[in-house]
Design a protein around this ligand. Structure first.
Ligand SMILES: [Zn+2]
Length: 302
């Protein structure tokens, strides 16, 4: 018996596959403002398609919960919910004025990650200034892009994301793209609007660049990248305010992709607040009860 045990131990020590520790969890968190999933499906999006194929997705992720529907169906409450993992009755943001907020009690997920794992390295790249101004905290690197045109902002943010991903120590990158929402407001949130669909294709191309940057990391083989993609609302006509009864507005989507993700389509309800809970879980963080998160980890194998 003892001889067999030593033989096994020797095998473990010399076998690289068994002796290597588990791959390091890493996260790419992507936000596409005002992106309708039916338009995403209409668009030519090879990179998002690949993420869906290698993960799990929902096409009816809710942007608010039946428990609480006072906040408007716009970016301020939406990104607050996505990035804090709680609904607006907790984070306090009801509109894009940010006059009231409770981020001290219900902070950005980077704050939670650092609380539990202080070594976590984070980067935030956003093209809508209020996210950086009000919501983001505890980012090691943070950038807010303010070029006049949202396409230019998205390009600049993507360039910076590629740069940040060349840093071997980076753990979580949040990248927000805004041109799709701008196009929706200008000419209509609809799959039959080619201008709107084009911006989704442009977002997909940018995501392709970021995914290539991940795959070219020297340490890629030892890393377990989870890619999470969502949006803060859809749209109808050229608006998305007051969309509590409008499925084209209140349905977002959620993609959870990577080796650690399940496959197929979500069979249970998903909510935008689930995104940050999922990111934290992948990093190895189980949210303590006193965080009062409304979101739950979804789509992960374990
Ligand atoms: Zn928005």
């Amino acid at each position: 018996m003892r001889i067999k045990w030593f033989a096994f131990l020797a095998f473990v020590l010399i076998s690289p596959k068994l002796a290597v520790a588990a791959d390091t969890p890493k996260v790419l968190f992507l936000g596409i403002d005002g992106c309708r999933f039916d338009a995403l499906r209409k668009a030519n999006t090879p990179n998002l398609d690949r993420l869906i194929d290698r993960g799990i997705y929902a096409d009816n992720t809710r942007i608010f919960h039946a428990r609480y529907t006072t906040a408007d169906t716009i970016s301020g409450p939406g990104w607050s919910s996505i990035l804090t993992g709680v609904w607006a009755d907790k984070h306090g943001v009801l509109d894009n004025q940010f006059k009231v907020s409770h981020y001290d009690k219900f902070p950005h997920l980077f704050v939670r990650a650092k609380e539990q794992l202080p070594e976590t390295k984070t980067a935030s790249l956003v093209c809508w200034a209020p996210i950086d101004q009000y919501i983001v905290a505890s980012a090691d690197k943070r950038y807010s892009f303010t070029e006049k045109d949202y396409g230019e902002r998205d390009d600049a943010a993507t360039d910076e994301a590629v740069k940040q991903l060349s840093d071997a120590s980076i753990d979580v990158v949040f990248l927000y793209l805004g041109a799709t929402d701008e196009a929706g407001h200008a000419s209509g949130f609809h799959p039959a609007n080619p201008k709107y669909v084009e911006t989704i294709q442009a977002a997909d191309a940018r995501i392709g660049r970021v995914l290539a940057a991940i795959e070219s990391r020297a340490s890629y083989q030892d890393e377990d990248w989870l890619v999470v993609v969502t949006s803060d609302h859809g749209g109808k006509g050229t608006s998305h305010s007051n969309g509590h009864e409008v499925p084209e507005i209140f349905n977002s989507f959620l993609i959870v992709s990577g080796d650690s993700a399940e496959r197929g389509k979500f069979e249970t309800d998903t909510y935008i607040v689930d995104a940050s809970a999922t990111v934290l879980k992948h990093l190895g963080i189980d949210a303590p009860e006193d965080w009062q998160l409304d979101g739950q980890p979804v789509g992960l194998k374990k």
